[in-house]
Design a binder for this molecule. Structure first.
Ligand SMILES: Cc1cc2nc3c(=O)[nH]c(=O)nc-3n(C[C@H](O)[C@H](O)[C@H](O)COP(=O)(O)O)c2cc1C
Length: 218
């Protein structure tokens, strides 16, 4: 099959070693950030924060979060161009959803007179919230949608990336406490350009289960 989408997705792969001399142009970063913000989420909840690690100072802090575990991912922090922390709100509330509704009114999706009715959709959140008010499993799912959308955007732009669930959520929670503001980060994304000599993954063929093993057309 030849289609630009398939070509992009076949070319995308998880980079294992970055070229530390290369940086993503600002124009591409602007596209990436807009694409992240345009990600879909259940009831348009957007229960996420995208914390971009760009400066040397921020990279040092992120580097320090690998003190105890997942050191195999640590080299990417200083050699990739940027790292994004995908963080989710573990206690998504009516007040959080009110912001979404009010922005919807500002953007002309509904009239102010429909504001109360719009809260009906919050039932989806309640269905996914436990007795302690925790809905992290649900909000984390939404954050992963933004991650997937970002991976595809990067593929389109020809920018390399490494998804990292191998991050120390607890230490990130401590070292980026202020920026996270109560949100949790369980996954981060390194973005940049691979090291042509050292990235062993670049030359490996793509491997997926046979499509008939995972897809049924009824
Ligand atoms: C949610 C998630 C977490 C991952 N965590 C890591 C990680 O911590 N370190 C790493 O090198 N690769 C990680 N990967 C990369 C996967 O191993 C990789 O996507 C998979 O083997 C398919 O290979 P491809 O991305 O090259 O097509 C992760 C991927 C995903 C989607």
């Amino acid at each position: 099959m030849t289609h630009q989408i398939i070509t992009d997705l076949e070319n995308r792969y998880t980079t294992k070693c970055y070229d530390a001399s290369k940086r993503i142009p600002q124009a591409d970063l602007d596209v990436i950030y807009q694409a992240m913000n345009l990600s879909a989420s259940s009831i348009n909840s957007q229960p996420w924060k995208f914390i971009v690690i760009e400066s040397d100072e921020a990279k040092q802090r992120m580097h320090d979060t690998f003190a105890n575990k997942f050191q195999f991912n640590q080299p990417h922090i200083k050699s990739a161009s940027h790292i994004v922390l995908f963080a989710h709100n573990p206690h998504y509330s009516r007040e959080d959803y009110a912001k979404v509704i009010d922005k919807g009114i500002t953007d002309g999706r509904m009239g102010a007179e429909d504001r109360e009715q719009a809260f009906g959709a919050f039932a989806f959140v309640e269905l996914n919230t436990d007795d302690t008010g925790n809905n992290a499993a649900w909000t984390k799912s939404q954050a992963y949608l933004a991650l997937g959308n970002t991976l595809h955007t990067l593929a389109r732009l020809g920018i390399d990336s490494t998804t990292m669930e191998g991050v120390d959520s607890e230490l990130i929670g401590e070292i980026f406490k202020e920026e996270l503001g109560g949100y949790q980060c369980n996954v981060a994304l390194a973005m940049g350009y691979h090291n042509a000599e050292k990235d062993y993954n670049a030359a490996l063929p793509k491997s997926r289960l046979a499509i008939e093993d995972v897809l049924q057309v009824l």
